[in-house]
Design a protein around this ligand. Structure first.
Ligand SMILES: Nc1ncnc2c1ncn2[C@@H]1O[C@H](COP(=O)(O)OP(=O)(O)O)[C@@H](O)[C@H]1O
Ligand SMILES: [Mg+2]
Length: 234
């Protein structure tokens, strides 16, 4: 479904990602794990169209998309849930969700998606008219993921969904990611929480200082010395 071919991304003259490639099969949860500053968000933002690539290619369903602006990638089925959530704190939960459907015209269909999304996150029904900024971190993350689903993506790009969330809710968030995947949405999951990410991913790519250092099934990576020593402290 998604092929990232040896891309490079720089900020000004400072390279952040070098020759990173990965292949995500349709229906999969593919995790990208690595330490803070490794280049995970840079990679994800490049896929979403928020970072320009200097080299390489990004293909969706076999077609190059790296020349398209971010907003033109949304109707193709890509949706980014950014690191730090980036909600509109002074808008209601409902308005935040509606903004996720900015590329869609049919109001009745959008309302239908809203109902499906609230089914996945029942708490949001109670929070609908509350200002997003008044919710807990975990609830805000639910709003951010729900907003990401409002464009009806085929591939959801999740950047650190467990960041800044009470431990109790982290398990809930990861469970929900699996539920969303079970509904047929492929997932590219960026996480520093390597153990949790590998516990739900089918495959994963490990990056260190902007380069791929390991790739494989989640089970393979959980067994590898590199992952065990560098990320699991074993
Ligand atoms: N907007 C930016 N301007 C300049 N450098 C950046 C910017 N965003 C990230 N970087 C740098 O790029 C590298 C990769 O960052 P990032 O992709 O955010 O890593 P991660 O998501 O894995 O923590 C880091 O060295 C970081 O300091
Ligand atoms: Mg990041």
């Amino acid at each position: 479904m998604l092929r990232v071919r040896e891309i490079a991304v720089s900020y000004g003259r400072v390279p952040a990602v070098h020759d990173v490639g990965l292949t995500l099969e349709s229906g999969a949860i593919h995790a990208v794990v690595g330490a803070n500053g490794a280049g995970k968000s840079t990679l994800l933002r490049a896929v979403a169209g928020l970072n320009r690539i200097a080299r390489g290619a990004i293909e969706l369903d076999g077609r190059p998309i790296h020349g398209l602006p971010a907003h033109a990638r949304v109707p193709l089925g890509l949706s980014l849930v950014p690191e730090g959530r980036h909600l509109f704190p002074r808008l209601t939960v409902e308005r935040n969700l509606q903004l996720g459907a900015f590329t869609r015209r049919d109001a009745a269909e959008v309302a239908e998606t809203m109902a499906q999304v609230v089914e996945i996150f029942p708490i949001l029904e109670q929070r609908r008219t509350q200002l997003a900024g008044t919710l807990s971190g975990g609830e805000q993350q639910m709003v951010a993921i729900a907003r990401g689903l409002m464009s009806r993506p085929r591939l959801l790009l999740l950047d650190e969904p467990s960041w800044g969330i009470a431990p109790m809710l982290v398990a809930k968030i990861f469970e929900t990611i699996q539920q969303i995947n079970a509904r047929g949405v492929s997932i590219l999951l960026v996480e520093q929480n390597v153990k949790r990410a590998l516990s739900i991913a089918h495959r994963a790519t490990v990056i260190q200082t902007g380069r791929v250092v390991a790739e494989g099934t989640a089970a393979e990576l959980l067994q590898s010395d590199l992952v065990r020593q560098a990320y699991l402290g074993m």
